[in-house]
Design a protein around this ligand. Structure first.
Ligand code: SF4
Ligand code: SF4
Length: 112
């Protein structure tokens, strides 16, 4: 198993998760982060740290799309190990549903 980042991270990107990961397996896109499933050691430390509750274990139902997305983009986007300022409008997007269709960007973030 692994943990994966899901829809709730898009345009929130609070970054609380990256500091606690013992194996530095978060990768930064333009408006969300993903986890590299082959590097994640399933410790679960990041899950309660996310204010948007965007991080879930892939053992939950219906997360196949997110496992695929985390796998694909963690190979393309830069590694991030230190938190930065979240977007200024992050709170406005915190409880918005189905953000993937409206806002997902495949562009990479800056990384560390
Ligand atoms: S803490 Fe949550 S919302 Fe913030 S970057 Fe990590 S997964 Fe995304
Ligand atoms: S579960 Fe652990 S190893 Fe996996 S991304 Fe979260 S903090 Fe990192």
């Amino acid at each position: 198993m692994t943990y994966v980042v899901t829809d709730a991270c898009i345009r929130c990107k609070y970054m609380d998760c990256v500091e606690v990961c013992p194996v530095d397996c978060f990768y930064e896109g333009e408006n969300m982060l993903v986890i590299n499933p082959s590097e994640c050691i399933d410790c679960g430390v990041c899950e309660p740290e996310c204010p948007a509750e965007a991080i879930l274990p892939d053992t939950e139902d219906g997360l196949e799309k997110w496992l695929e997305l985390n796998t694909v983009y963690s190979a393309e986007w830069p590694n991030i190990t230190t938190s930065k300022e979240p977007p200024a409008d992050a709170d406005e997007f915190k409880n918005v549903e189905d953000k993937f269709d409206k806002y997902f960007s495949s562009e990479p973030g800056e990384g560390d």
